[in-house]
Each structure stands twice: as C-alpha cells, then as structure tokens.
Design a protein. Structure first.
Length: 305
C-alpha cells in the first residue's frame, strides 16, 4: 500500500526552534518522500488558525505544524470538523502533545514519519471552551505562573528548563484559593494552590505519564488540584511518576475525571491554555471525543513465537 500523504501544507512558527535552520531539513525529507509541500509563516497569535483553515480548502492530504503546543493548538482549531489529519513537527520548548504521542523531537526523525507509509494515525480527544479548542490542558494558579514568567529568550536557550527558572518568584506568590468546580453535574469547593484540567499525562520532558489512566483517546479530561506545596508533595509527585498511579494522598492532591467541567476561583489568578495565557478564569469546558487524527510512529509488531 502506497503512502497516501502526497500533498501537505506546513504551518511554521518562526519563533520556535532556537534559531535552527529548518527549511533545508524539511525540503530534503519531502523531496526524498516524493511529497509536494507548501509552507506558511505565522507572525502573530491567531495566524495558525487562519492559515490552517485556508489551506484545508485546497485539497491537501494533511496539515503539518512546526512549533510548540500553542501553535499546534491553533492548527487544531482550524482542523476540528474536517477529515484532514495533523502532522506535528515539534519545535517548541515543551512539546507536550508530541511527547504524549511518542513523536520524535528531532525534526528529521519527525519528518521521516510522513514517508514511512502507509501512515499510522491516532484519533485523539480535544477540550473545548468559549468556542475554542485545546489539546494538552489548562492550568490556573501556580503552574500558570511558571509559564507566564518564562521569557522567550530563556525558552529558546534552555527549552523546557526555562519554565522552572521562575519557580522562586512563583512560590513567593503562592496563596490558597477556593476552586469552585462542577464536574459532570457534581459540585465541589476545594482549597488549593493550582488547578489543572488536562488531556495528557506527561509533563513535556518525560514520556512517563503521571497516571496510567490518563489517555488522550478515552473521552475524558482529568482535573487535578494541588492543595499544598511542601516536601511531601514533591515526594508524592516523584512516586506517582514511578508508579503511574493516581495519588492516594488526598490531603495534598485531589483528582477527578469528567466530560464537562465548570471552574472558577475565589480570586483572580493566572490562567494558561497549551502555553498561551488567557484572561478569563471562569471556564466551562467540555471534551470533544475523537475530534482529530494525528500522525504517530508505527507500533512495533510483536514477534510471533
């Protein structure tokens, strides 16, 4: 069976990639695979949505995105409702969704997935709020502060480590907040430091999921509230990463899963969605099951004994 991807449009975020020369790599890979391609460059927020929608009308086989989770999120907003698959070429500092799906961070290796036909596609869920979509997750409070305070120069130089540099300043801002939640019709009021609504389990720098139950294709979103920040919390996170089980210490962490989530907080906090800052901290979120197809590495076939 021949590779069915023969004509793609690539959305490129020039702010990604730490100054690497990417066009020669992409061109060589596409030429070797016999794939016709065109590219568009983003200049400001919202460009990837517009460019994706425009390219989708031209009879292409797939949309490829070179950038971080924010650029991928915008492309998803332009693709939901279509049958056109998404190709992720990781170029950001975190690349959470690429890590979740096992897509190589190396550009040449990621491009190779396109030519190893027939392509392997995975259908994944997305979250929706205020008529927009997200793929990785939303965080409110402490985690959002880390992303808010990480500057572009540091991200280009240090990658995902740049998000940890502002941790001292973020800790100084720590204040307990009451999160008002409604998850699939059940209401909760929980005091905590940060709230995360996630579609993925990894943290962007490891393929290990925080919980083996978190699945981008399970039709559910995960809601986590961190209630306290102390040495016991970091120990709990470490153990959770190793065991991949839901945290049992509910004094430190609360964890739910649901299809429809409403959240607000007792005071104004930083809010981020897939790495992009939001203004509104009152959110009504729904999961959209199986909303998009993404090119992923082929599964290794088990040897027949």
């Amino acid at each position: 069976m021949k590779n069915i991807i023969k004509n793609i449009h690539i959305i490129i975020n020039p702010g990604s990639g730490k100054g690497r020369s990417i066009l020669p790599v992409i061109n060589a890979a596409m030429k070797e695979a016999g794939i016709k391609w065109e590219a568009s460059i983003t200049h400001k927020a919202g460009d990837a949505v517009r460019l994706t929608k425009a390219a989708a009308k031209n009879g292409i086989d797939a949309i490829a995105v070179y950038g971080g989770d924010g650029t991928v999120m915008e492309a998803v907003n332009g693709l939901v409702g279509s049958e056109i698959p998404l190709i992720i070429l990781p170029g950001g500092s975190a690349n959470v969704m690429a890590t979740e799906l096992g897509i190589p961070w190396d550009l040449k290796e990621a491009c190779t997935l396109i030519s190893q036909g027939p392509p392997e596609m995975k259908t994944i869920d997305v979250g929706r709020f205020n008529n927009r979509y997200f793929i990785a997750g939303i965080s409110i409070g402490f985690v959002a502060d880390l992303i808010k305070d990480a500057d572009r120069e540091s991200k280009n130089m240090f990658g995902i480590l740049a998000y940890f540099f502002p941790i001292t300043a973020a800790i100084q801002k720590l204040k307990l907040t009451i999160y008002h939640l409604k998850i699939d019709g059940i209401e909760y009021d929980v005091q905590g430091l940060t709230c995360i609504i996630s579609n993925v389990g990894n943290l962007g720098f490891t393929k290990i999921s925080l919980d083996k139950h978190i699945d981008v294709s399970d039709g559910l979103l995960d809601v986590v509230i961190v209630r306290k920040a102390n040495l016991s919390l970091f120990k709990l996170i470490f153990i959770t990463l190793i065991k991949r089980e839901r945290p049992e210490n509910f004094e430190l962490v609360k964890h739910w899963q649901g299809k429809e989530i409403t959240i607000s907080s007792s005071r104004k906090q930083a809010v981020q969605c897939d790495g992009e800052l939001l203004e509104n901290s009152h959110l009504h979120i729904k999961v959209v099951p199986g909303a998009i197809r993404v090119l992923v590495p082929k599964k290794e076939k088990k040897a027949v004994e």
